[in-house]
Design a protein around this ligand. Structure first.
Ligand code: AQP
Length: 323
């Protein structure tokens, strides 16, 4: 299967990105033809400092490699290294009804948070459709927040196929892959962990910072001895992502019985989190010291990605009669 997904370089990657997306990337690259990209065109909708955008772009590649992504197996490229993307986005936008974009929750949410209502933000799902359709992707590993955008990608592909595709169609229809256990990773305040909510724990936060942030995770005022509901507790939600099955089951039981204090859970969660990312932290330091290696990965992946993209774009151009 062809697997494809992207991550925006709009800041350091956090634990929500890790459990919602990156962990799936690692699992899926083993047995599939994987394409993963750093979505810098998308990040332009929120990052307006060119130096920072370059820095974040480099850092996302470093993070993916440090976490164990194998550039020999997966094509790990940067979106803007494949300019075919924006051309396809235009072709797709000509068949995309405004109403489909107007109903997008993510756009409305971001404007409500104070981002300016700009065309790039509004048309984001069309660019995302181009990202996916350009590689004939079968499967797109994402978090729950991307489900609606994936539906739009399928609708746009079907529409283009219907208008121009004849019997065989032009685009392959992709499916989302959303893991039930980490579809929405909670942040420090219990809402979805998200850069724009300022409630993240970053994958490479220093251990002392991780400990400090974990202490801030919201909890209710249930006393230590009283029973607690693990299903509605964001702290337990995060704990269960890091703990092994046995420890998770035991903690679940102790929550329900009563007798466990949130302070104890937080201390253990911080330990688990720090230990989980320790090997990657060391690899990251090595990669940061070797930017030439990272640039070489980027440029060889760009060549591979462009070759795939060109063939699909040519198919789309021929179908609609341009060029
Ligand atoms: N909290 C989360 N739980 C599960 N999955 C998540 N993802 C992000 N946050 C969570 C998944 O990470 C992938 C990359 O996301 P993105 O680069 O599109 O960034 P995002 O979703 O926009 O991340 P943020 O932090 O929420 O950024 P802002 O605040 O800028 O919108 C996607 O697969 C996403 O589902």
């Amino acid at each position: 299967m062809r697997v494809l997904s992207g991550i925006q370089p709009s800041g350091p990657l956090h634990i929500g990105n890790y459990f919602g997306a990156l962990r799936q990337f690692l699992a899926l690259e083993r047995e599939n033809d994987a394409y993963y990209f750093v979505a810098d065109f998308h990040a332009l909708t929120s990052v307006r400092d060119p130096r920072l955008l370059r820095e974040y772009t480099h850092d996302v590649i470093v993070t993916m490699l440090a976490l164990g992504l194998d550039p020999e197996r997966a094509t790990l490229f940067v979106q803007s290294d494949v300019p075919e993307t924006t051309e396809l986005a235009w072709l797709l936008s000509t068949v995309t009804p405004m109403g489909w974009l107007e109903k997008c929750v993510s756009y409305k949410d971001k404007v409500q948070q104070g981002l300016p209502a700009e065309h790039g933000l509004f048309a984001y799902p069309v660019l995302q459709a181009a990202d996916i359709l350009l590689y004939d992707a079968d499967l797109v590993p994402v978090g729950q927040d991307q489900k609606q955008h994936l539906e739009i990608t399928r609708d746009v592909a079907e529409r283009f196929n219907h208008v121009y595709g004849g019997e065989r169609g032009v685009f392959r229809l992709p499916k989302p892959s959303i893991l039930e256990t980490s579809a929405v990773v909670p942040g420090l305040d219990g809402r979805k962990m998200s850069k724009s909510y300022g409630n993240t724990i970053d994958i490479f936060d220093e251990p002392a910072v991780m400990r400090k942030k974990v202490k801030k995770i919201v909890t209710d005022s249930t006393p230590v001895e009283a029973p607690k509901n693990p299903e509605t507790c964001p702290l337990f939600g995060l704990f269960s992502l890091f703990a092994a099955a046995e420890e998770r089951a035991l903690m679940d039981q102790r929550y329900r019985q009563g007798g466990v204090g949130y302070g104890e859970v937080k201390t253990r969660l911080a330990e688990l989190m720090i230990a989980h990312f320790e090997p990657a932290r060391q690899r990251r330091a090595e990669l940061l010291a070797n930017p030439d290696h990272v640039r070489a990965v980027r440029s060889s992946a760009a060549a591979r990605a462009r070759a795939t993209a060109r063939a699909v774009l040519d198919r789309a151009r021929a179908a609609c009669g341009v060029g």
